[in-house]
Ligand binder design. Sequence first.
Ligand code: G4P
Length: 289
Amino acid sequence: MVIQWYPGHMAKAKREVSEQLKKVDVVFELVDARIPYSSRNPMIDEVVQHKPRVVILNKKDMANLNELDKWQDHFKAQGYYPVAVDAKHGRSLKKVEQAATEATKEKFEREKEKGLKPRAIRAMIVGIPNVGKSTLINKLAKKSIAKTGNTPGVTKQQQWIKVGKALQLLDTPGILWPKFEDETVGKKLSITGAIKDSIVHLDEVAIFGLNFLIDHDYEGLCNHYNVEVDPDAELLEWFDAIGRRRGLLQKGNEVDYEAVIELIINDVRNAKIGTYTFDIVKEIEGHDE
Ligand code: G4P
């Protein structure tokens, strides 16, 4: 799904999501576990305000689990209730209900003290496109219902779906816009597939991916492409070695760089080389939040 975001759309999305949020006890902010910072909507705090928040780090099957633990600590320290899941394969989904119960405990205790009847916890999923909102809703509902369409914000005529014993979830997620301002964030959104028609040039995205791999998984990179390139070599040497090894050549036996760029992006995007988390807590803490 490709959504073009214009200021009018963003304002509408924010308004619609804010309106829907009034109906829920807890917000499920869905992010990509590979980029827990870069895949957040830039105005999420303003949208969610003081509502209890479960931060769901989805696609953990493609992320670095060590770094993911650090991200969970980071979100806990900010007063959120983080859980890491793999919606596609239905892994760790029980934790979502548990976290929602935990996040709303005080509110429900207060309601009980006031003599209100016990009721289900109401929640909705909010996040930027492609983080897995529809996949997660379908898995939690145990059937195929979520169609996000291509309207930013939320679609009308929503229904509650029952999840486990204690939870009711809105069947349509709130769709918010991604961060645009920062070039590195753009490259991370692109290399993970959150933005497919990139606003960033694909060569820069591939270079970002290659540099990340050289720094964080040099051996994995060499093994995957069956190449031997000095870690300090010019990047062009990597492109040449990978292109030649894979036979990605043009007329005159020249390396087809476009094909190599596409190969690297697809391999990183689909976790073919390894599982990585591109946002490093240490680098992000303190400088932007
Ligand atoms: P959205 O509603 O937030 O826009 O996201 P959506 O559920 O459409 O998911 C976007 C892509 O991410 C889909 O892949 C989906 O299968 C994949 N995905 C969602 N959750 C997970 C997860 O936990 N792990 C992994 N590995 N992938 C996940 P797609 O290639 O766009 O579509 P398809 O090939 O699955 O049809």
